[in-house]
Design a protein around this ligand. Sequence first.
Ligand code: HEC
Length: 131
Amino acid sequence: MYRIALAFILAASPALAAPDLKLGAETFAGACASCHGPEATGDGPMAEYLAIDTPDLTAISARNGGTFPWLRIVHIVDGRTGLRGHGGMMPVFGAVFTGDTAVEDARDGTPVITSARVLAVVDYLAAIQAE
Ligand code: HEC
């Protein structure tokens, strides 16, 4: 009985217990590098066609006093929460990356439910911050 319950709990657990940096890197290369650049420094081939500057995503922590604002970045990339500012050229991906819902705790312990690819790409960005 105990074994059956344990198997059920394991099967029902969120897919992502730890950051999936491989999925994050692949997602970045496929969906983000065209604008943000292969090294995320803001120099992708599409950047010159945009009316505004494409930010260097390795400097997010540096722009935020040395702390990576994980939850805010999830919201920017996901875009479905309504917490994003108006306007901007940055496309949103929550509705594109569907069918792989996952849960990850924000740094304050708040469970965040979105696409596994949104979580993975934000964890990838957190891992490549300069400094
Ligand atoms: C069509 C070009 C384009 C693509 C593709 C793109 N971005 Fe962006 N991104 C931008 C631009 C331009 C901004 C500047 C802010 C704005 O437009 O709202 C931005 C802003 C951001 C920011 C906010 C940075 C900050 O310091 O506030 C993050 C995070 C980000 N993008 C992540 C991503 C991720 C992750 C992907 C892929 C899943 C991606 N972007 C794909 C153009 C793009």
